[in-house]
Design a binder for this molecule. Structure first.
Ligand code: PLP
Ligand code: COI
Length: 341
C-alpha cells in the first residue's frame, strides 16, 4: 500500500476527495447490495424528499491507524444504533447494523491509502448519510432512499486542536425543541444551528452553548458537540436533556471517568452552575475533547484556563480516550473493532 502524500500533521476538518464512496439504494421495500463509486456527485430527482422535506440523517465516526498498524473503528455499533433511531424518527427505512458495518469495512478498505499514519494526530473521518431520493410533492415519506458512506482524512474540528475554546451562552435562538428531533442526527438540526453559531463567531467566540428551549434555564449542548463540566469536588457532570444528541464520545467519557474513580452525573445542569465548575469541555467525534477556556453568559464570564492550557481533568480524560483509540491503552470495554482490509 502506497499512502497518499499529505501534510498529515496539518490537516484541518475539511473535505478532501478520496478514491471511493459506497452507495446502497432502498427500493421496493428492500436494500440492494452496496456499490463502490468514485463519483462525488449524486444524480437525483429534483423532487427528492430530502431536498424539500428534509428526509436526511447522517453519522460521524473515526477510523484510526493504531500503534501496531491495525486499522480500527471506534464504537461503530453505537453509531449504527443511533442511525437506526434517526431513520425511524423521520420515517426512513432503518439501515441494518450489519450493513452499516459492512459499508465501513468496504469503503475504508477501498480508501486504505488515505488512512492517516499513526502518530500524526490525523484520522479518517467516516460520514454515513441517508437521503430520501423518491420524488414527493406532498409531505409524505419517500418510496426510495440512498445510503452513502464517504470518508475523508481530517485533523481537529476546532482549528486549535487540543487548545481551549471560548463559548457563549445563546439565549435567543434554539437548536432543537424538547419533543422535536434534537436527540437524533438529522441535517435540519444543523441548519437550525447556523444562526447561533455564526452569531457567536461574529462576536468573537468559538461556538454557541445552547440552553433548553422550554425554560431557558438549563444547559443543553454546543452546536457540534456535547458539553461537560467538572465540579469543585472533581465530579463529571453533563446535561440530561431530551433535545441533546446522545454523544458516543460523552458516553465513553462517562465510563472512563467512572474507571478513574469519579462518579459521573447526567442531570439537568442549571446555567448558573458554570460558575461553580473548575474545568469544562466539549466532546464529540469531531471535537474529541475540546477544552473550554471560558463561557460568557449575559455580561458575565467564567474562565477555566487562564493560561490557555487545557485543564487537568480535560487532559486526563483526553489522554485516556485517545490512547484507547490508538491502541496505546488497553481496550477494556471492547470499543475497538479491527477492520478487515
Ligand atoms: N452533539 C451534536 C449536535 C453532534 O453533532 C455531535 C456529533 O456527532 C455530538 C454531539 C457528539 O456525538 P458523538 O460523540 O457521537 O460524535
Ligand atoms: C461529529 O462529531 O462527527 C459530527 O458529526 C459533528 C459535526 C458537526 C462535524
Amino acid at each position: 500500500m502506497q499512502r497518499v502524500d499529505l501534510d498529515w500533521k496539518n490537516l484541518g476538518f475539511t473535505y478532501r476527495k478520496t478514491d471511493f464512496n459506497i452507495r446502497y439504494t432502498w427500493k421496493d421495500g428492500e436494500w440492494g447490495d452496496g456499490v463502490l463509486s468514485s463519483d462525488e456527485y449524486i444524480p437525483m430527482h429534483m423532487a427528492a424528499s430530502c431536498l424539500h422535506y428534509g428526509q436526511e440523517a447522517f453519522e460521524g465516526l473515526k477510523v484510526y491507524e493504531q500503534k501496531n498498524g491495525d486499522v480500527v473503528v471506534f464504537r461503530d455499533i453505537e453509531n449504527a444504533r443511533r442511525m437506526i433511531r434517526s431513520c425511524e424518527k423521520i420515517y426512513m427505512p432503518p439501515v441494518p447494523a450489519a450493513m452499516f458495518q459492512d459499508a465501513i469495512d468496504r469503503v475504508v478498505a477501498a480508501n486504505r491509502r488515505f488512512v492517516p499514519p499513526f502518530g500524526t494526530g490525523a484520522t479518517m473521518y467516516v460520514r454515513p448519510l441517508m437521503i430520501g431520493t423518491g420524488p414527493r410533492i406532498g409531505v409524505r415519506p419517500a418510496d426510495e432512499y440512498m445510503f452513502i458512506v464517504m470518508v475523508t482524512p481530517v485533523g481537529p474540528y476546532f482549528k486549535a486542536g487540543f487548545k481551549p475554546v471560548t463559548l457563549v451562552v445563546e439565549e435567543l435562538f434554539d437548536r432543537a425543541a424538547p419533543n422535536g428531533v434534537g436527540d437524533v442526527k438529522v441535517g435540519g438540526n444543523y441548519a437550525a444551528g447556523l444562526r447561533a453559531s455564526i452569531k457567536a463567531k461574529n462576536n468573537g467566540f468559538t461556538e454557541a452553548l445552547y440552553l433548553d428551549a422550554k425554560e431557558k434555564k438549563y444547559l443543553d449542548e454546543s452546536g457540534p458537540a456535547n458539553f461537560f463540566g467538572i465540579t469543585k469536588d472533581g465530579q463529571y457532570v453533563t446535561p440530561a436533556s431530551s433535545s441533546v444528541l446522545p454523544s458516543i464520545t460523552n458516553m465513553s467519557l462517562i465510563q472512563i471517568a467512572e474507571d478513574m474513580g469519579m462518579q459521573p452525573q447526567r442531570r439537568a445542569v442549571p446555567v448558573e452552575e458554570i460558575f461553580d465548575f473548575v474545568d469544562a469541555g466539549c466532546c464529540g467525534t469531531a471535537a474529541v475533547i475540546t477544552p473550554v477556556k471560558s463561557i460568557t453568559w449575559r455580561d458575565r464570564e467564567v474562565v477555566y484556563c487562564a493560561d490557555d492550557n487545557p485543564g487537568e481533568y480535560c487532559t486526563k480524560l483526553y489522554n485516556r480516550l485517545v490512547n484507547i483509540q490508538l491502541g496505546i491503552d488497553a481496550d477494556v470495554h471492547g470499543w475497538i473493532r479491527k477492520l478487515t482490509l
